[in-house]
Design a protein around this ligand. Structure first.
Ligand code: XIL
Length: 544
């Protein structure tokens, strides 16, 4: 009896070790060789114009036939297939497919996306680009990626589809309407035991930089679930957390007087259990606000009065800051208050705060924040301060004036959403030194380094050469930050805007359909050359 059970245990463990007990589920496996499209069909509708999705025996990668997608008139037209009727948070799907085209441009971008429906069927579907990639004309190209289902409890079904990067209908050119073929498509739901795992046997990022500053990252509620691989990365490499969205007003106070702390608290609770420090982003911003905020309570078609909006602002700041007093150390009190053209952002550039309250809302926000938590670090945060010397000077003047008026501002946050080429290290250094000359600290609040140098740069594949260039940039910038910290110019944390590339806000923004790779870890939770450039540069071949 005893021997028997040991034997069973032995089988179990060998199965486990050699990967034989994995229970992958093949969800889609279409080779188009049995005379059927295997569930693939067009995305378009009869009203909007229907693309043709059909079998083609004259073009194929293997077997007897492939699937041809023709007669396309919109970028988003392509083949679609149901992935699941039951979206389960954390499920990982491995996706592989072959794609081919033979007309038009020498290279063409394609995008693999998912569409999610919700239990509340009146809610609009959500679309998400999983990966964008280039295919060479006349060459069957494999696209391979993974997709992890998010933790949204309201979602229902998920579909997958292939398309070209989104463009408004009136901008569509013949290159966006090309016919393409697909073959050998395989989507597999991975057994939980073989989902990609965070790489943990590597140096610790935060430890290495601890002599100079703490290192933080922006997180989502999904990522702070202990079962998420990202949570493992967070615990190992970061000592500061900020919420990517969960601390914004639309999330905290969706309706007047109704505060929803749950999403923000999930992040704070995780951080407190794992010994993190916290930033808050952001108390006042011109976007991601609830609709009621700028409306009269009694009549939503009327704009709120100046008095009432001032009260709402003060109550909001103080409710948040009193709740987290002694727990959140550093607040973006105002975000992006400067114009991209001249002076402060006004109503013309989307600031209803400025439109209704005038410029003094900024001073007031800082004063009210100071009342609520006198020990918190109060930050004014903005973007493009390094690259745009006009904006940089406006920030200098604004903070100089605030200090002269006795407004309690402790630090200037530079977001640093930059790219592999610009701005130069010297431009960033000059910005930090200029701001520090005001007697405030400078904090890097949202660092990421895009692989794209402009909004017009076409989709490119993430090559080793590109990753090396990015690693070099991270290395050079952190060397300069170390020097600035030694001069006493920097705050004691540097915050990166996200952890793994597949969740970066740069996917699908500012260019729709274009995915980016601006962070230190890739979509499989593995360290990138950029990570090694910060912890052990000698490991990256070709780094200067
Ligand atoms: C971004 C979030 O990361 C996205 O998830 C969201 O869809 C839009 O906002 N500057 C900021 C941040 O100050 O609030 C923005 O965060 C990124 C740019």
């Amino acid at each position: 009896m005893k021997r028997m059970s040991l034997f069973v245990l032995f089988l179990f463990f060998t199965g486990f070790l050699f990967g034989q007990s994995f229970n992958h589920v093949t969800v889609i496996d279409t080779s188009f060789d049995n005379g059927s499209l295997g569930g693939w069909g067009p995305r378009g509708s009869v009203q909007q114009g229907l693309e043709r999705v059909e079998l083609d025996t004259s073009v194929k990668r293997s077997g007897a036939a492939s699937m041809r997608i023709s007669n396309r008139t919109k970028t988003w037209q392509g083949p679609v297939h149901k992935l699941t009727d039951n979206a389960v948070a954390g499920d990982v799907y491995s996706m592989s497919a072959w794609i081919y085209y033979n007309e038009g441009p020498a290279m063409s971008p394609f995008v693999l996306s998912v569409q999610r429906s919700f239990k509340d069927t009146s809610k609009a579907h959500a679309y998400q680009n999983i990966t964008s990639f280039q295919v060479r004309r006349g060459e069957w190209t494999e696209i391979k990626t993974e997709y992890t289902v998010g933790a949204d409890p309201t979602q229902a079904s998920i579909w997958v589809y292939f398309e070209l990067p989104f463009k408004e209908d009136h901008l569509v050119t013949p290159n966006d309407r090309i016919t393409f073929w697909m073959d050998d498509i395989k989507f597999i739901k991975l057994d939980p035991a073989s989902r990609p795992k965070a790489e943990l046997n590597i140096p610790n990022l935060a430890d290495i930089w601890a002599p100079h500053f703490d290192i933080g990252t922006a997180v989502t509620r999904d990522e702070v679930d202990f079962s998420s691989p990202t949570a493992q990365i967070l615990m190992k490499h970061f000592t500061v957390l900020v919420a990517g969205n969960e601390q914004k007003m639309e999330s905290i106070q969706p309706e007047e007087g109704k505060f929803d702390w749950a999403p923000a608290d999930a992040i704070i609770n995780f951080g407190e259990m794992t010994g993190m420090r916290f930033r808050w982003h952001t108390l006042v911003w011109h976007t991601q606000n609830p609709a009621w905020l700028f409306q009269e309570s009694a009549n939503s078609t009327r704009t709120v009065s100046r008095n009432v909006l001032n009260q709402r602002l003060r109550t909001y700041i103080q409710t948040v800051m009193r709740r987290y007093r002694g727990r959140v150390e550093s607040y973006d009190v105002v975000n992006e208050v400067l114009s991209d053209r001249s002076g402060l952002r006004t109503g013309a550039e989307g600031s209803r705060w400025h439109e209704i309250l005038g410029p003094e809302y900024i001073d007031n926000a800082f004063r009210w924040a100071k009342e609520a938590d006198p020990t918190a670090q109060l930050v004014i945060n903005d973007y493009n301060l390094e690259s745009d010397t006009r904006k940089r000077q406006e920030m200098f003047n604004l903070v100089k004036g605030m200090k002269e008026r006795g407004v309690p501002v402790d630090a200037i946050g530079i977001q640093m959403h930059i790219n592999i080429r610009t701005p130069s290290v010297q431009q960033i250094r000059e910005t930090i030194e200029l701001f520090a000359s005001l007697g405030v600290k400078v904090m890097v609040t949202e660092l990421d380094i895009s692989i794209y140098t402009s909004d017009t740069e076409p989709i490119k594949n993430v090559t080793p050469a590109l990753l090396l260039e990015q690693a070099q940039r991270y290395k050079d910038i952190f060397a300069m930050l170390r020097e600035q910290s030694q001069k006493g110019n920097l705050a004691d944390m540097v915050v990166i805007w996200g952890t793994t590339d597949h969740t970066s806000w740069k996917n699908d923004f500012p260019v729709r359909g274009r995915t980016d790779a601006p962070l230190l870890f890739d979509g499989r939770y593995q360290s990138k050359p950029a990570f090694w450039a910060l912890v052990q540069p000698t490991r990256v071949q070709g780094l200067r």
